[in-house]
Design a protein around this ligand. Structure first.
Ligand SMILES: *Cc1c(COP(=O)(O)O)cnc(C)c1O
Length: 344
C-alpha cells in the first residue's frame, strides 16, 4: 500500500510552517530568533514542537521508537488529525463500530466526512466482515476502540490484525483502557502493519485527564505527516514537564492500576447481588456496563444523592444500561449502599 496515495492532495503538497525552534535545535545561550520576552524563564520560551523528552520516556515505557510517536492535546486532537490528514471533506467516509466513543462521529461531522456505523453483535463482538462490507473506495479509516467504550470489552488481536490485512485504508485502534485489560496491545503489530495507527492517552490509567495528552503510534511516514498538520506548538510546556514527571513515576501508576483492578472485582461482586441489577457485562476497562431494571430512574435517583454515573440508555444496543467508573473503595461502597436504598 502507498500511504501517500491515501493522504489528501492538499496535505501531500503542504509546505508546513517552520518555527524558529524547529529550524534551530542545537545548544546555544542567546536566543534572539523567536521574538520572545527574555524575562520570566522558562515560560517565556516556546516549547519543543516535537516534545522529544516526553517521547523518549514513552518510547522506553512502551518499547516503540520515538519516531513512531505523535503527541496531541488529548486523544481528541489525535482523532482530529487523522480526519484532517486523510479524509477529503464531502467526498471520503469512515467506517466505525457501534456503539463506541462519541468523538469519532462528532469529529467526522466537523470535518464533513460521512460516518458509516456498523453495529457490534448482540454480545458486543466485532463484526469484521460487516466492517469490510460497509467500506468502499472512498473509505479512508476504520475506527476500532478496544477495550471499547461504553461496552468495556476488548477484541481479539487476531481479529483486528485480520481487518488490517484485508482493508486498503487505515485502521485506527484506540487503546485508552489497555492498562486495565488482560488482552495485549496492538502496538506489537505496528512494525509489520503499515496501515495501523494505535492511540493511547494519559487520561485514564495514568490519572492525568486534566493535562490533556494523547498519543498516536504509527509508521514514521504517517507520524511525519501528522507533525506537518498539527499546530506547531500544540503541546504546551506545562503539559510536557508534567508528562515527564508522571511518566517517570510509572511504577506508582502500575500500583494504581492494580488497585483499581481489585476494586473492579469487588464492585462487580457487590453489584451482582443488587435487586436493581439485571446484567453486568464483562469488562477489560476501569468501568462496567450494567443493565438495570430502570436506567433513567436509577440514574436520577443516584444523581439526587450526589452520585453521577453515565446513562447509556439511549445508546445503540445499550438499552437499560448505566456505565459506572471504578472508583476508590469508599466511592464504590457509597454507590452500592445508595443502590441498596433504591426502591425503598
Ligand atoms: C476517554 C476516552 C478518550 C479521551 O481521551 P483524551 O485523551 O482525554 O482526549 C478517547 N477515546 C476513548 C475511547 C475514551 O474512552
Amino acid at each position: 500500500m502507498n500511504i501517500q496515495d491515501l493522504v489528501r492532495p492538499n496535505i501531500r503538497q503542504l509546505v508546513p510552517y517552520s518555527s524558529a525552534r524547529s529550524e534551530f535545535t542545537g545548544a546555544a545561550s542567546v536566543f534572539l530568533d523567536a521574538n520572545e520576552n527574555p524575562f520570566n524563564n522558562p515560560y517565556n520560551r516556546y516549547p519543543d514542537p516535537l516534545q522529544r523528552e516526553v517521547k523518549a520516556l514513552i518510547s522506553q515505557i512502551r518499547g516503540i521508537p520515538a519516531e513512531n510517536i505523535f503527541l496531541g492535546v488529548g486523544s481528541d486532537e489525535c482523532i482530529d488529525v487523522v480526519y484532517r490528514t486523510f479524509c477529503r471533506p464531502g467526498i471520503d467516509n469512515v467506517v466505525a463500530m457501534s456503539p463506541s466513543y462519541g468523538m469519532y462521529e462528532v469529529c467526522a461531522d466537523i470535518n464533513d466526512v460521512a460516518y458509516r456505523r456498523v453495529p457490534l453483535t448482540d454480545d458486543f463482538f466485532l463484526d469484521a466482515d460487516a466492517m469490510l462490507a460497509a467500506a468502499d473506495s472512498c473509505t479512508k479509516v476504520m475506527w476500532i476502540c478496544s477495550p471499547n467504550n461504553p461496552t468495556g470489552n476488548a477484541f481479539p488481536l487476531d481479529v483486528i490484525a485480520g481487518l488490517c490485512s484485508r482493508f486498503q485504508g487505515f485502521v485506527v485502534v484506540v487503546e485508552e483502557y489497555i492498562d486495565f485489560s488482560s488482552r495485549g496491545s496492538m502496538l506489537w503489530h505496528l512494525a509489520a502493519t503499515p496501515n495501523l495507527i494505535v492511540m493511547q492517552t494519559l487520561s485514564k490509567a495514568w490519572g492525568s485527564a486534566a493535562v490533556r495528552l494523547g498519543i498516536a503510534f504509527a509508521s514514521q511516514e504517517i507520524i511525519d505527516i501528522f507533525n506537518k498538520v498539527k499546530y506547531p506548538y500544540n503541546v504546551n510546556l506545562l503539559t510536557q514537564r508534567y508528562a515527564v514527571d508522571i511518566l517517570k513515576r510509572h511504577t506508582e501508576v502500575t500500583a494504581w492500576v492494580d488497585r483499581l483492578k481489585e476494586n473492579r472485582t469487588a464492585l462487580i461482586a457487590a453489584l451482582s447481588g443488587l435487586p436493581c441489577v439485571c446484567h453486568i457485562y464483562p469488562t477489560d476497562a476501569n468501568f462496567v456496563l450494567v443493565r438495570v431494571t430502570d436506567a433513567d430512574a436509577i440514574y436520577d435517583f443516584l444523581r439526587s444523592r450526589g452520585i453521577i454515573v453515565r446513562n447509556r440508555n439511549r445508546v445503540e444496543k445499550c438499552l437499560g444500561c448505566l456505565r459506572i467508573t471504578v472508583g476508590t473503595a469508599d466511592e464504590n461502597a457509597t454507590l452500592i449502599n445508595t443502590l441498596l436504598d433504591y426502591g425503598k
